[in-house]
Design a protein around this ligand. Structure first.
Ligand code: 13P
Length: 144
């Protein structure tokens, strides 16, 4: 879970910033991508390096969608606002669709995002504690 896209609509930006700050340690060695305003807020307020794309309404969601299609994003954290309408709603839908098409985890709220952070920390600890983790994985997923 190295490359993470972070996006929040205006009504959810404070919540996303707060959530990223809570998990600052987790984000230390990740490659972060974001739509314009979200990314600038994260880098200004939390001093994390973020690759910023265009603002959402100007095509940022589509740029992140393109990265997903290129398999360069491992996890999409998208705190979209269910209580306000967006002029670029078709772009929002297209982004979430691509995340489903490419089978990457998508967190649209704090509860899910927390769950994924904890599960990924667990997996990392687990990988360290099991000497031959890949053999162990193969038992559960013969494709690996
Ligand atoms: O609109 C957005 C996502 O749909 C977010 O864009 P900004 O991060 O530029 O506000």
């Amino acid at each position: 879970m190295k490359s993470i896209a972070l996006i929040a609509h205006d009504g959810k930006k404070a919540e996303l910033l707060d959530w990223v700050a809570t998990h600052a340690g987790f984000f230390q060695h990740k490659t972060l991508y974001a739509t314009g305003t979200t990314g600038r807020l994260i880098s200004d307020k939390l001093q994390l390096p973020v690759h910023c794309f265009a603002s959402g309404p100007l095509g940022g969601d589509q740029q992140i969608g393109a990265l997903i299609a290129e398999q360069k994003i491992d996890w999409l954290v998208f705190f979209w606002d269910p209580l306000s309408s967006q002029p670029h709603d078709p772009d929002v839908k297209a982004l979430i669709r691509l995340a489903v098409v490419w089978n990457i985890p998508v967190a649209c709220n704090k509860a899910t995002a927390d769950f994924i952070v904890h599960s990924s920390l667990f997996q990392t600890d687990y990988q360290r504690s099991v000497p031959d983790f890949s053999a162990h994985q193969r038992r559960f997923d013969p494709a690996k």
